[in-house]
Design a protein around this ligand. Structure first.
Ligand code: ZN
Length: 80
């Protein structure tokens, strides 16, 4: 996965929130946060999680913690 502005921190990854971007916000590309356990959210508007899920290619993300995202995060680590 390559998300715009993806930035790997100690325990999470931040990247551009597609929901905020669609509204002309998140110029710093850090509103979306993906945690190590696979959860993710938008720090500005939680309703954007569905848009983030779509960007990540995770359909069932809103339902819980089962996480195909660990692999995603590994990919991000290898990029940076
Ligand atoms: Zn957002």
């Amino acid at each position: 996965m390559r998300q715009p502005g993806a930035c790997v921190r100690s325990d999470k990854v931040t990247f551009r929130c597609p929901g905020c971007a669609a509204e002309g916000h998140d110029h710093k590309q850090e509103h979306a946060v993906l945690f190590e356990d696979g959860r993710f959210t938008c720090v500005v508007e939680k309703a954007h999680r569905s848009a983030i899920a779509e960007a990540l290619g995770v359909k069932s993300a809103l339902s819980g913690v089962q996480s195909p995202l660990r692999g995603v995060q590994s990919n991000l680590r290898s990029i940076s």
